[in-house]
Design a protein around this ligand. Structure first.
Ligand code: UDP
Ligand code: MG
Length: 313
């Protein structure tokens, strides 16, 4: 049995040597064959220098070196395309997900589960803001997607070759992998664990990237925002009719109707709703445009330690 470990990395020079060491130790202690597929997502620090010399000494280390930063979800996607294991573990480079859990996850795979996803029980060293927003996000997305994405899961998981092959055939851009991972179905197991603090360095997920991921999750798993547009259109249309009726009655009674401020307030509200509506449409149309262009998900500058057979050439 060959186990692949996929490690996306972006500017992780402070942790990557340690990550390799801990992964290597745990993989060596297991009976199966293994490969580590490091995906360098356009790091601009010394990450690649460290990993290149590691790959020179250790042929189980394979590197997919992106031509620029494409983002975490795309890096993991590339790892899934380039790995050749019967199963693969996806793990962050910053040691927040303990590599020591891999043998336990593999046991679950041997018991017949095709997806063993990490469910976070406790998160050390994450800000109250991140905890709150994460919780709120999962509430919202679960409401919208009909409980497609389990609460408190990340991308740390073990997936079977069957699932990898299916996900490799899902060419969508703006990917939300943990959602796609539950969408495929199969026997899934929630493996509960304590998420550690980042070993060193700072988060590579600033608020902007987090919001983009949240949007991708919602939009690629739900059309409810579009349906909400129709609903709000109906609500405002109804309110408008009632308002008109009131104005007519006031005019008939010769009371004179409300001041222009009221009309202005009404217009502003309506404009706001219309613009939000156009924004929501724009989000979906933008994604349709991304798909229509049909560009590759990423560009690769170099590959290390892959042989021709693995690349299917
Ligand atoms: N990462 C990546 N590309 C990016 C941002 C992050 O490959 O553009 C990697 C990063 O190196 C790490 C993982 O994605 O291995 C998770 O990132 P991070 O730990 O910074 O996110 P957080 O845990 O703070 O949400
Ligand atoms: Mg992290």
């Amino acid at each position: 049995m060959l186990l692949s470990v996929i490690i996306p990395m972006y500017n992780e020079e402070e942790v990557i040597a340690q990550t390799y060491k801990r992964l290597k130790a745990i993989l060596e202690s297991m009976d199966n064959d293994y490969e580590m597929v490091f995906v360098n997502d356009g790091s601009r620090d010394g990450t690649m220098d460290i990993m290149r010399s590691t790959a020179d000494q250790d042929k189980t280390v394979k590197i997919v070196d992106f031509a620029r930063n494409f983002g975490h979800q795309v890096a993991v996607t590339a790892g899934m395309l380039y790995c050749s294991g019967d199963a693969a573990v996806i793990i962050d480079a910053d040691l927040q997900d303990p590599p020591e859990l891999i043998p336990e996850m593999l046991k679950k795979w041997e018991e017949g589960y095709q997806v063993v996803y990490g469910k976070r029980l406790k998160r050390d060293g994450e800000s109250a803001f991140k905890l709150f927003t994460a919780k709120a996000f999962y509430k919202v997305i679960n409401k919208l997607s009909g409980n497609m994405i389990p609460q408190d899961t990340g991308d740390f998981r073990l997936i079977d070759r069957a699932v990898i092959d299916i996900m490799n055939c899902m060419p969508e851009h703006n990917r939300f992998l943990r959602g796609m991972g539950s969408w495929v179905g199969f026997k899934q197991y929630a493996y509960e664990y304590h998420r550690d603090k980042r070993f060193a360095g700072t988060t590579k997920y600033p608020l902007k990237k987090m919001l983009k991921l949240a949007k991708d999750g919602i939009i690629s798993f739900s059309n409810k925002p579009l349906e909400a547009l129709t609903a709000s259109g109906c609500a405002f249309g109804f309110a408008g009719c009632v308002w008109l009726l009131v104005l007519i009655i006031l005019a008939i009674c010769a009371v004179g109707f409300g001041s222009w401020q009221i009309i202005l307030a009404g217009m502003l509200t309506l404009c706001g709703v219309l613009l939000i509506g156009m924004g929501v449409l724009g989000e979906y149309i933008g994604r349709i445009y991304d798909e229509a262009k049909g560009r590759p998900q990423f560009t690769v500058a170099a590959l290390y330690n892959f042989d021709q057979n693995e690349l299917g050439e």
